[in-house]
Design a protein around this ligand. Structure first.
Ligand code: ATP
Length: 330
């Protein structure tokens, strides 16, 4: 892919017998925000570590801009700003000092670094904490404000490629919204952005493309609309099971409705049903609730979460879908 700022092809990395990345291929174009989704242990941080030269791949290639990042990680890193998953070591500094420092390291003048810190504080509503010092052992600043500071440090100077490893962890809902808007803005201003997240619903609204990793492999990639994979006219019926209760939809033969897809996630059951089945679906679910076989239900549009959970379910989880194969190969 010639206009990509990041080209990863066939990347493979094992730890002993664990294949953490298995033949991973993905691309990020300038101006695009790409979300990397996957459960714990899917291999996301292993991938990020190789992008920035902290780990060497067993096989495969990484190109960042025009640079071969495996052969010359130091040059490649000059094009990348990384927000690592671990909290940034900012004890002794205020957020303002930390952001200014990050800007200076990336070549901004003192004056521009100061302006960047002030602008980012406005953009992310960091103002009340901007001059409060981070103390040892988590003192001074909360985990969320430390994470937001680390995010702001990654954004301190414009970079061709931004790699953000779970930037929303610990952050409150209103600042998460500001953070996602800031991510989208960086894409719109021309950076390529790769954002690792567990937050499917929030990422879906701002990304151009998603890559879903499961057990080290890419199991699906494409735009959110393509990945949803079902007809726009399909609906999602969510059943909330009672503790220890059986899933009343476990046997497709016994269902009074046609479920295109069936996903079990803990005590939630997500059924994808054609719009034409809305009325019988509500009648059936209402009866289940009256019989106290479920705690409640909701009928709404299909979301990416349904697809994501279906693609990343492990053996033993209850998943059946007539569209899964189609979705997995978009
Ligand atoms: N340094 C290491 N030594 C041994 N095994 C490792 C090492 N780093 C990662 N692994 C293993 O590789 C697999 C992928 O881990 P990785 O941290 O990349 O997943 P992740 O998707 O980032 O997970 P999380 O969302 O929990 O951060 C896991 O099975 C993990 O135990």
């Amino acid at each position: 892919m010639t206009d990509a700022i990041l080209d990863v092809v066939g990347l493979t990395r094992s730890f002993g017998t664990v294949v953490a990345n298995d033949n991973v291929t993905l691309h990020v174009r300038a101006g695009d925000v790409v979300g990397l989704l996957g459960h714990n242990g899917a291999g996301k941080t292993t991938l990020v570590s190789q992008l920035v030269g902290l780990l060497r791949p067993d096989a495969g290639t990484i190109r960042i801009g025009a640079t071969d990042a495996v052969a010359d990680p130091a040059s490649a890193r000059r094009h990348v700003a990384l927000q690592p998953q671990a909290q940034a070591p900012i004890d002794g500094l205020t957020p303002r000092q930390a952001i200014e420092l990050a800007g200076r390291i990336r070549g901004l003048t003192t004056r521009d670094a100061r302006a960047a810190a002030t602008d980012l504080a406005d953009e992310l509503d960091l103002g009340p904490w901007l001059d409060r010092r981070a103390l040892a052992e988590g003192g001074g600043l909360s985990g969320g404000i430390r994470r937001l500071t680390s995010f702001a440090m990654a954004l301190a100077a414009p970079m061709p490629l931004l790699v953000l490893d779970e930037p929303t962890n610990d952050i409150d809902a209103s600042r998460r919204r500001l953070l996602w808007e800031a991510v989208r803005r960086r894409g719109d201003q021309g950076s390529g952005v790769l954002v690792v997240t567990h937050n499917v619903a929030e990422a879906e609204r701002i990304v151009d493309d998603l890559v879903i990793l499961h057990r080290g492999r890419v199991v699906a990639s494409g735009s959110p609309a393509r990945l949803r994979g079902t007809q726009d006219t399909d609906l999602r019926l969510e059943l909330q099971l009672q503790p220890e209760a059986d899933d009343p939809s476990a046997d497709p033969e016994g269902l009074p409705i046609t479920a295109v897809r069936h996903v079990r996630a803990g005590r939630r059951v997500l059924l994808t049903v054609p719009t034409g089945e809305a009325a019988p679906a509500v009648t059936w679910a209402t009866a289940l609730r009256e019989q106290e076989r479920i705690d409640g239900f909701a009928l709404g549009p299909v979301t990416l979460e349904d697809t994501y959970l279906a693609l990343t379910a492990d053996a033993g989880d209850v998943v059946s879908t007539s569209t899964e194969e189609e979705v997995a190969h978009v």
